[in-house]
Design a protein around this ligand. Structure first.
Ligand code: ADP
Ligand code: MG
Length: 348
């Protein structure tokens, strides 16, 4: 399973202590933090230290699925419960029985499902779709989110009663930039880990100077971004160049100090304009007009994808929000090559 929780900062030290205390209780827990800070690692460590170890550890990402699919994934369904339900299927609550269910990105769950989840947490029972019989479930629910749920409550997006049900234990993981003393231990841990994977002979170790520089970077994508940088260094061997690029790229972007979903995959001017690594001045195929179209396309794609995700790919609703015609939206979806999340190709 996952790695141990690496880090020496006060924040991580307290989390490790908390994990030791909470693991045997099975109290519902919410883990807060930006993307890539290690929420899943903490959940895995809770499970591994709990009496439930050996039973299933099931994870579901509540942001990745539209409401209907998420509901059937969570609670399962009977044969014939809806068109296409040819086989009875067990839900995650059933699969996780006796073990742990990690509800990732709980802040993105719809209000309707929040109500159903609250019911399960209160009664310890649920009924699969199309079934009249309640099934008992003994599941330790751990939730994770990069949202400020208190804020979501004040905006009417998250149920307060569910918040208090879920949130017996709160664990806050700080962004990596607020605990720079963890960066070096993480680098050492993952270098050793990747050395084993790649065969130690092929490893180019970053110099102490490179490591020192990495500890001063602001890591918008947190530990996940750090892992990606290390892998790139090990494979390409150009450690200095990779660190310099990291700082160059971030200098062109606004500082990131709010809770964000960034995965650290920022564009440089070069990648945005697709200059093939050449300077703009030396690039014959460059034109301001083409660059403008590219930039506009990129922004349009992001906005449309966002609205589609928020509306569960309800395209007529999305077109109303975006104030374009339904037909224009369909054209944009094709033109900009926007695709629905995996596993949801069959809803309209
Ligand atoms: N404190 C940590 N110790 C070891 N690995 C970590 C730590 N924090 C994050 N990671 C690693 O970084 C990656 C992203 O962490 P993850 O738990 O998936 O983040 P989140 O769920 O918050 O998005 C994973 O590969 C994870 O193993
Ligand atoms: Mg995660």
């Amino acid at each position: 399973m996952g790695p141990p929780i690496i880090g020496i900062s006060e924040n991580i030290r307290r989390i490790k202590e908390l994990v030791e205390h909470v693991a045997h209780t099975g109290f519902n827990t919410v883990i807060f933090g930006e993307s890539g800070v290690g929420k899943e690692v903490v959940a895995q460590n809770l499970y591994q230290r709990s009496p439930r170890v050996g039973k299933p550890f099931i994870k579901i990402n509540c942001a990745a699925l539209p409401e209907g699919l998420l509901e059937s994934e969570l609670f399962g369904y009977e044969r014939g419960a809806f068109t296409g339900a040819e086989q009875k299927r067990r839900g995650k609550f059933q699969l996780a029985h006796g073990g742990v269910l990690l509800l990732d990105e709980i802040g993105d769950m719809s209000l309707v499902l929040q109500a159903k989840l609250l019911h399960v947490l209160q009664s310890g029972e649920f009924a699969p779709l199309g079934s009249e019989k309640d099934i008992k479930t003994d599941t330790w629910v751990i939730a994770a989110t990069n949202h400020d749920l208190k804020q979501d409550i004040s905006e009417g997006k998250f149920r307060e009663d569910l918040y208090y049900r879920l949130n017996i234990i709160k664990i806050y993981i700080n962004p990596l930039r607020e605990r720079p003393e963890d960066i070096e231990p993480l680098i050492e841990y993952y270098l050793a880990e990747y050395a084993t994977q790649l065969g130690a002979a092929n490893i180019v170790r970053p110099t102490p100077a490179v490591i020192a520089k990495l500890t001063t970077y602001h890591w918008p994508g947190n530990v996940r971004e750090l892992q990606n940088v290390l892998k790139r260094m090990l494979v390409l061997g150009e450690c200095e160049k990779i660190v310099d690029e990291l700082f160059d790229t971030s200098a062109k972007q606004p500082a990131e100090n709010t809770v964000s979903k960034s995965d650290g995959s920022g564009d440089t001017l070069h990648s945005l304009l697709d200059l093939g690594g050449k300077d703009l001045v030396d690039n014959n195929s460059f034109s301001l007009k083409a660059a403008k179209k590219k930039a506009v396309d990129k922004v349009e794609k992001e906005i449309i994808s966002y609205v589609l995700k928020k509306t569960d790919w309800n395209r007529s609703k999305a077109s109303r929000i975006l104030k374009v015609s339904y037909k224009t939206l369909l054209n944009k979806i094709t033109e900009l090559n926007i695709s629905p999340p995996a596993g949801s190709s069959d809803f309209q």
